[in-house]
Design a protein around this ligand. Structure first.
Ligand SMILES: CC(C)(COP(=O)(O)OP(=O)(O)OC[C@H]1O[C@@H](n2cnc3c(N)ncnc32)[C@H](O)[C@@H]1OP(=O)(O)O)[C@@H](O)C(=O)NCCC(=O)NCCS
Length: 155
């Protein structure tokens, strides 16, 4: 497994990972096609100068998972970390998060911020194991009414 930059060539594979990782309602309103919503969003992120997209790949270069984060002055905001269902529980999510932390350390970042659904036990366990701490709950943050937990890692 290697981690490098995600580019436009990876777009379809990244959309597939998102479609199997998130509920349609998490990717847009129910009236919209989730695939189109996700494609539009990822294309936009790929043009943002402050957005970083990192790709975990197998030996053939196929995309297995990715992170999307924003570099805003001295903070990183993690918008997404997702691993293909078939590749989960093999250390890829942790490797992508360690890559994020390494980026932070080499770019004078003071903290990494993220939010996650209260029900997302897998992600919370991953973030907890890396030393992220919970500092706020945003009630009904998600469109289906679920609360978000805000976490940070001081770098
Ligand atoms: C969260 C996610 C990225 C983890 O990816 P992964 O490659 O399976 O994670 P890893 O194999 O590196 O596991 C790292 C740690 O995460 C935790 N973890 C991962 N999956 C878990 C699960 N299903 N249940 C409980 N803990 C879990 C464990 O602490 C694990 O460490 P361990 O294997 O030593 O027990 C993956 O489940 C995913 O893509 N989920 C859908 C997208 C999502 O919810 N993203 C986060 C919100 S943006």
């Amino acid at each position: 497994m290697t981690i490098d930059t995600l580019t436009l060539v990876d777009l379809d594979a990244a959309i597939e990972i998102d479609l199997e990782s998130f509920l349609p309602g998490e990717l847009g309103t129910s009236a919209e096609d989730p695939r189109a919503v996700r494609e539009r969003s990822l294309r936009e992120e790929l043009t943002r100068t402050w957005a970083r997209l990192r790709a975990a790949r197998d030996e053939s270069g196929a995309l297995l998972g990715y992170t999307l984060f924003w570099h805003v002055v001295d903070e990183l905001h993690l918008l997404n970390v997702a691993v293909a269902v078939r590749s989960r529980r093999q250390g890829l999510g942790r490797a992508l998060m360690l890559d994020l932390i390494a980026y932070a350390r080499s770019h004078a970042i003071v903290r990494i911020l993220l939010e996650v659904r209260v029900s997302n036990g897998a992600a919370l366990a991953l973030y907890d194991s890396l030393g992220f701490t919970r500092f706020n709950v945003r009630p009904r943050y998600y469109s289906d009414g679920e609360d978000a937990i805000e976490l940070q890692l001081l770098v």
